[in-house]
Structures are given as structure tokens and as C-alpha cells.
Design a protein around this ligand. Structure first.
Ligand code: SF4
Ligand code: SF4
Length: 94
């Protein structure tokens, strides 16, 4: 039996900026769906997303990076458009 001193250390970040290497999108049970026609390009979703998973192209929000989006739903709650330009849908639909 191993003693605690022989156990491998956990919680170590070996490389700076390594989050791109982890496909956290596999954690998702719901996904944000972007409704382009309702979006006012306020960029609130970009500010609040904890995973930097909002895709911006040519200075416009165009959707989400589903490799990294964990499906937390913060973007949908904080979206300033009325009606909202982001809807959360069950992951099994996709
Ligand atoms: S659901 Fe969460 S992780 Fe995914 S894009 Fe929205 S704020 Fe980011
Ligand atoms: S928060 Fe909503 S309205 Fe604002 S850029 Fe994002 S999707 Fe568009």
C-alpha cells in the first residue's frame, strides 16, 4: 500500500494557457444556440463566458465553439437582446 507521500501530486498546471488543450465541451448537457436575427451585437455574451467560447468573426458574434463551451448557460441568461438571441437546448437533440 502507498503512503500519501508516494501518491502523484494533483491540481498542477504545468503549462501556461493550456486550457485550449482540454475539450471541456464534452461536459455539456445543454448547448447555447445562437439566433443571429435577434442579436444586437452587444458582446455581453463574450464578456461573461467563462470559457471564451463565443466566436467572433469580422467584429461580429457568429456562434459558439462547442469544443470548449461547457453549457453553463450564463450567456443565455445575460444576453441583452429582447427577445434573447441565445437559447439553451438539450444536448441530445444534436
Ligand atoms: S453556455 Fe457558458 S460556456 Fe457556453 S458559450 Fe455560453 S457562457 Fe460560454
Ligand atoms: S449577448 Fe446576445 S445580443 Fe449580445 S452579442 Fe451576445 S448573442 Fe448577441
Amino acid at each position: 500500500m502507498k503512503t500519501w507521500k508516494e501518491l502523484p501530486l494533483g491540481g498542477i498546471i504545468k503549462d501556461v494557457g493550456n486550457t485550449k488543450d482540454y475539450i471541456t465541451g464534452t461536459w455539456r448537457t445543454e448547448r447555447p444556440v445562437f439566433l443571429e436575427d435577434k442579436c444586437t451585437q452587444c458582446f455581453m455574451c463574450c464578456i461573461v463566458c467563462p470559457d471564451s467560447a463565443v466566436i467572433i468573426k469580422d467584429e461580429n458574434v457568429v456562434g459558439f465553439n462547442y469544443d470548449h463551451c461547457k453549457g453553463c448557460g450564463i450567456c443565455a441568461v445575460e444576453c441583452l437582446s429582447k427577445p434573447k438571441a441565445i437559447e439553451m437546448e438539450k444536448e441530445e437533440q444534436f
